[in-house]
Design a binder for this molecule. Structure first.
Ligand code: NAI
Length: 297
């Protein structure tokens, strides 16, 4: 089989000045995509800004013989999202791929989680993906082609202490992914998400000796595949870390059926309600509704 290439494709990677985004940008560029390397260049908590990181990654791409431009707008505003997409149009005339990767952390236990720690995290992760994707969506619909990869996290999918802001934003991205997959279907726009595990500046204090096994470069292959024109799926979420790739999914148990349901019935059948035997994975709301009506007979 031929190698996977991106010739003729234009990709925007947000937060690509370091860590996972840099790795995604280098790989797509190496395989022929023209890349907008977006990065605000701030610190982990989102404060500050710098032209440096995005420009350095562009230099790295050019040194490999690739084609890229730097962009330092913030994803966190509608104007920033529009400007990032405009820089792809200005430099390369189109946009085919958006990888929403930019992120910040403001961790605190929930009782200390003041609104000033919530808002910026929602703004960068959840609204940032919304703003950048929405600006690109218009073009993608018109050209009847698009690939979007959102960066979720196991902190949202599974929960993690001290990350109520981040976890909510990251699970919000799963909802955004599901809805955009449905809306993009008839325009050949595929929207998927990843939940990465990698040693970067964001996680360097957390991983100890295991960090060496969790190279960002081992997350990038699933991102590249989800960005490719042959990508066979939409609306899905993939776990990726250290070379282990797996799929997260939302499962629905067979549950308990009683058209005259009372609270006592729920108490008395709670284990059956929770029992994972024979669970299903509904693709959409209609699948769930069909199951409900089937069970009602
Ligand atoms: P990182 O801190 O190296 O990368 C995030 C990048 O986003 C930084 O370069 C930063 O300057 C940029 N950024 C922040 N705010 C921005 C804004 N408003 N506009 C444009 N760029 C902005 O960290 P890492 O680990 O590479 O994170 C990448 C993504 O992966 C993030 O969304 C993160 O939440 C997510 N993630 C990472 C995990 C890991 O194990 N490293 C685990 C789960 C999720």
């Amino acid at each position: 089989m031929r190698d996977i290439g991106f010739d003729g494709k234009v990709a925007i990677i947000t937060g690509a000045g370091g860590g996972l985004g840099r790795s995604h940008a280098l790989e797509l560029a190496r395989r022929g995509a023209r890349v907008v390397v977006n990065d605000l260049g701030g610190s982990i908590d989102g404060t500050g800004a710098s032209l440096g990181p995005a420009a350095l990654v562009v230099d790295e791409i050019k040194a490999l013989g690739g084609d890229a431009v730097a962009n330092t707008d913030s994803v966190a505003t509608p104007a920033g999202g529009a400007a990032i997409v405009q820089s792809a149009i200005d430099a390369f005339g189109r946009v085919d791929i958006v990888v929403n990767n930019a992120g910040i952390l403001r961790d605190k236990a929930f009782h200390n989680m003041e609104p000033d720690l919530l808002e910026p995290v929602l703004d960068v992760h959840l609204k940032g993906a919304f703003y950048v994707t929405r600006a690109a969506w218009i073009t993608m619909r018109e050209q009847n082609y698009g690939r979007v990869v959102n960066t979720s996290s196991n902190s949202g999918l599974l929960g993690n202490f001290g990350q109520s802001n981040y976890g909510a934003a990251k699970m919000g991205l799963v909802g955004l992914t599901r809805v955009l997959a449905i809306e993009g279907a008839k325009f050949n726009i595929k929207v998927n998400a990843i939940a990465p595990i990698a040693f970067t500046r964001m996680t360097e204090g957390l991983m100890g000796d295991l960090g060496a096994k969790l190279k960002p470069e081992l997350v990038t292959p699933i991102v590249a595949w989800l960005c490719h024109e042959d990508c066979p799926v939409t609306g899905e979420v993939y776990s990726a870390g250290g070379g282990v790739i797996a799929r997260f999914f939302v499962g629905l148990t067979q549950g308990y059926v009683n058209p005259d349901l009372t609270v006592e019935d729920v108490r008395d059948h709670f284990e059956q309600i929770r029992d994972e035997t024979g669970y299903v994975v509904p693709r959409n709301n209609s699948d769930e509704l069909r199951k409900v009506f089937r069970q009602l007979g």
